[in-house]
Each structure stands twice: as structure tokens, then as C-alpha cells.
Design a protein around this ligand. Structure first.
Ligand code: F6P
Length: 359
């Protein structure tokens, strides 16, 4: 008999349920007896002892279901060691929940922040296995996270839809794409959607180069231009500011520019005289059913996590490297961000296709 806890933490994404289902199915099909505990709303459930016992039937019919059956929340790592508003030691409280239920291990599904806390719990002696989720694909130690491909599909569709209206009106359109501080999602959706310009955080832009690219398209007879802008896109000028200065600048301009795209749009309009519109698909990118790739990928990761649990191998994230599923020590994953290299082959190829990065 194994007593296994589950929690999903941080921003949700597609295929969280598929991944948990994969873990449970692989354990049950091995003949293992299991008792399953689901902590509600991420680490919050573990801290405050909010859980529900799960039955194997809870994992039926959820392969295609978006979101997470357990709920999620953001509990920032930077304050995890601070007592809560009632003086509760959150780390001790999490350990208490784990030991009280006599868990053999805890399966944690999450992204960057989640992995820092998961590693802390490992250091505190808990048996942890993690699974890499995020639409941003910015988790170190894995070439791919689940949720990413589903979000690429949705963001691509947004760009596809914008094409027709951009063409009809002869406008410049900005589609702002999530991805937090990295460009994997905007780059892939931008290329898949045939964007003419793609702005990503790893390649700071110069507004005049963007204008050059728009004018060049006009000279060649194009009526419209589509720009895929990462929510974390940054100008060359702003990239020179300290983190604090840049944050202050964004805060100061928040009412005028709700996000980076609006400032870019205003400047393009000023410099080209063209009508510019901004579309922000936002959390739609994290919603709905996982795409087939993510269903398969998350199920595979889940099955391999089940294998680690059966072998009693803890302290690992189940990741994907060079087309193989691998186990990555949590201490290696925690606190590292995976970013795009500005000279990566995919960026060179995008440039060969005529895509401008505004650099
Ligand atoms: O990390 C996933 C993500 O969707 C990012 O792409 C985005 O910046 C962020 O979460 C949004 O967070 P929230 O759901 O808290 O608004």
C-alpha cells in the first residue's frame, strides 16, 4: 500500500489532469495498492491541511479536461519561510500535513516557483516527485513542458483570425502572447501563425527597426503587418535599465499602457501613420482542453513518474531531454530559468524566412 499526495501549483495549464491520471493509471496497472490524497489549491492545501481523499474513479474521464481537478494557487517562494498572518510557520505546516497523513510521497505539478518550494520540501526530508507544467516552457531541465503545445495552438489560432481583418482594413496588428519572461510561446505561435515581426524578451527591439520592417512590407505591396509581441518584450533602451527602474517605469505608465504592446502600438502609429490595433488573447491561452500532443506527453510523463514512485526514487522532476523522458534532480531544476538563445537555430531560420525580430 502506498499513500500518495497530489498537488497542482502556480498558474494552471492544459494537461494537468492528464498528467495526474497518467501517474495513477500506471500505479494501479502495476498492481500496486494506493491511497490517494489531493491537496486543494496548491501549496495552500498542504499548508492548511485542506485535502480530499481521491478515488481511482476521480481520474477517469479527465484526460481531455482542462484546468486542474484539485484547484491551484500562487504561493510565492520568496515568502514561504515567513510566517502567515496568524504566525503559522508554513514550511513546518506543510511537513505536518505530509507526516500526519503518513504519505509515502508527494507528486507536485508546477512550473518555476513551484519547483523552488518542491526542492525546499525535499531538503526538509519529504519524498517528492514533480511534473513540469507551464504554457511558458521556461522550466530548466526539460526541453518541453506540458501545456506549452496547447497554448501554442490557441495563440496561433488568434493570429490566424487576425489575418483576415488586418487584411480587410490594411492595418498593423499586434497580438500579445503570454510566456512570462521568455519567448518560446510567442516565437512558436508567431512562426506558426505567419507573423511578420516577432518580439521576444531575449532579443530587445529597436522601434525604428520595427518601422523599417513595416515599411518594407508596404513597399513590397503588403496591405497589413502582423506583429506577435511577447508580454515580456523589451526595447533596447529599456533593457539598459536596472530591474527596479524598469519595474517602476512599467508601474508609472500602467494606466496609459496596460501592457507593453500598447506602448509599441502608439509608437508605430506615430512613426508610420498606419492604424494599429492590439489584441490580447490573455488567459484564453491557458484554457480549454489539452491538444493531442499534450495529452500524450503528459500521460507519458505521468506513467514515468509512477515508475519512479514504484522504485522509491524520489527528489526528481520527470523531464524530457533529447526526445527521451529523463529524471532530473530537483536541486538542479530549482531556481533556474530556461530561456531562448538569441542565436538559436530556430531564430536564425525565422530570420531566413524574412521574419523581423526588431533588432
Ligand atoms: O506562467 C504562466 C502564465 O500564464 C504566464 O504566461 C503569465 O505571465 C502568467 O502566468 C499570468 O499569471 P496570472 O494567471 O497570475 O495572471
Amino acid at each position: 500500500m502506498r499513500r500518495i499526495g497530489f498537488l497542482t501549483s502556480g498558474g494552471d495549464c492544459q494537461a494537468l489532469n492528464a498528467a495526474m491520471r497518467g501517474v495513477v493509471k500506471s500505479l494501479v496497472n502495476s498492481g500496486e495498492q494506493v491511497e490517494l490524497y489531493g491537496f486543494l489549491d496548491g501549496y495552500r492545501g498542504l499548508i492548511y491541511g485542506n485535502y480530499r481523499m481521491l478515488d481511482i474513479s476521480d481520474f477517469s474521464g479527465i484526460l481531455t479536461r482542462g484546468g486542474t481537478i484539485l484547484g491551484t494557487s500562487r504561493v510565492p517562494f520568496k515568502t514561504i519561510k515567513d510566517p502567515d498572518e496568524n504566525g503559522l510557520d508554513k514550511v513546518e505546516a506543510m511537513k505536518h500535513s505530509y507526516y500526519k497523513l503518513k504519505l509515502d510521497c508527494l507528486v507536485i505539478l508546477g512550473g518555476n516557483g513551484t519547483h523552488k518550494t518542491a526542492n525546499l520540501l525535499r531538503e526538509e526530508g519529504l519524498s517528492i516527485v514533480t511534473l513540469p507544467k507551464t504554457i511558458d516552457n521556461d522550466l530548466w531541465g526539460t526541453d518541453m513542458t506540458f501545456g506549452f503545445q496547447s497554448a501554442v495552438d490557441i495563440a496561433t489560432q488568434s493570429i490566424d483570425y487576425i489575418h483576415t481583418t488586418a487584411d480587410s482594413h490594411g492595418r498593423v496588428f499586434i497580438v500579445e502572447i503570454m510566456g512570462h519572461k521568455v519567448g518560446f510561446l510567442p516565437l512558436n505561435a508567431g512562426m506558426a501563425g505567419g507573423a511578420d515581426i516577432i518580439l521576444i524578451p531575449e532579443i530587445p527591439y529597436d522601434i525604428d527597426r520595427i518601422v523599417d520592417a513595416i515599411n518594407l512590407r508596404k513597399e513590397r505591396g503588403a496591405r497589413f503587418t502582423i506583429i506577435a509581441v511577447a508580454e515580456g518584450a523589451i526595447s533596447k533602451k529599456d533593457a539598459k535599465l536596472s530591474k527596479k527602474e524598469y519595474k517602476e517605469k512599467l508601474e508609472k505608465n500602467r494606466s496609459k499602457y496596460p501592457s507593453v504592446s500598447y506602448e509599441i502600438a502608439e509608437k508605430i502609429q506615430e512613426k508610420t501613420g498606419k492604424e494599429v490595433r492590439v489584441t490580447v488573447p490573455g488567459h484564453v491561452q491557458r484554457g480549454g482542453s489539452p491538444c493531442p500532443y499534450d495529452r500524450v506527453f503528459a500521460s507519458r510523463l505521468g506513467a514515468e513518474a509512477g515508475k519512479l514512485i514504484l522504485k522509491g526514487e524520489y527528489g526528481f522532476m520527470v523531464g524530457y531531454k533529447n526526445r527521451e523522458i529523463v529524471k532530473v534532480p530537483l536541486e538542479d531544476v530549482a531556481g533556474k530559468l530556461k530561456t531562448l538563445e538569441p542565436d538559436a537555430a530556430i531564430i536564425k531560420e525565422a530570420k531566413m524566412l524574412g521574419i523581423s525580430f526588431g533588432d
